[in-house]
Design a binder for this molecule. Structure first.
Ligand SMILES: [Zn+2]
Length: 211
């Protein structure tokens, strides 16, 4: 397995971490038909949505650099499974060999492309990095995307942010877990929308530029 790493302004003493997972679930566990359950998912939303936003953010940073350096990490093995003992593999590995200096803050994007997008403050993120949630939900309001980011806590999610939080990186998970196509063969691009990707991308960019 491979994590994909990229850096913008790597010598800057101030760093921000932006991450997502680029693998997709090798088994469509949520399908009803056992034969279908053995097939891999496309993962348009569960995986690719976060990667798409980070690639476009990287383009934006090249045109207009933010005050802090940005580390991009695309994790492998987030959804490998089948059990949670064989998930979050790339994030656990990255958390065990963190480069210096520690990022001031970070964001994990997962399931952020849903057509009907609503991103709430995730419970583990809110407990361990509330100031990062404040920064992002404030940025969402200022960027005009407050309707996509209801400012209240919903969902408690085990995801790639947990090994990072444990290693001392204040990173929050932006995720819309209310997605009926999760871990099915129906997680395809038509369930996603460019407006949703834009709302999340502009929110993260706004937070980066006002850091
Ligand atoms: Zn998944």
């Amino acid at each position: 397995m491979w994590n994909v790493l990229a850096a913008h302004d790597s010598q800057n003493p101030r760093q921000v971490l932006l991450c997502a997972h680029w693998d997709t679930r090798p088994t469509a566990d949520e399908e009803d038909d056992p034969a279908e359950r053995r097939r891999p998912i496309i993962g348009a939303n569960d995986g690719a949505s976060g990667v798409a936003i980070l690639l476009e953010i990287a383009n934006a940073l090249r045109v207009s650099p933010p005050p802090a350096g940005v580390r991009f990490v695309l994790f492998d093995g987030e959804d490998y499974g089948p059990g949670s003992d064989r998930m979050y593999l790339g994030a656990k590995h990255y958390a065990s060999m963190l480069p210096e200096p520690n990022p001031e803050w970070g964001v994990l994007l997962d399931l952020v492309g849903d057509r009907d997008l609503q991103i709430w403050r995730e419970r583990n993120s809110e407990d361990q990095a509330p100031e990062v949630n404040d920064r992002l939900f404030g940025a969402a309001r200022e960027a005009g995307h407050g309707a996509v980011f209801p400012d209240d806590v919903r969902w408690t999610i085990t995801d790639d942010h947990l090994p990072l939080l444990e290693a001392g990186v204040p990173v929050v998970d932006l995720i819309d877990f209310d997605y009926p196509h999760w871990h099915t063969l129906e997680d395809t691009p038509d369930k996603c929308s460019p407006e949703s990707l834009r709302a999340v991308g502009e929110t993260v960019l706004h937070a980066l530029y006002s850091a």
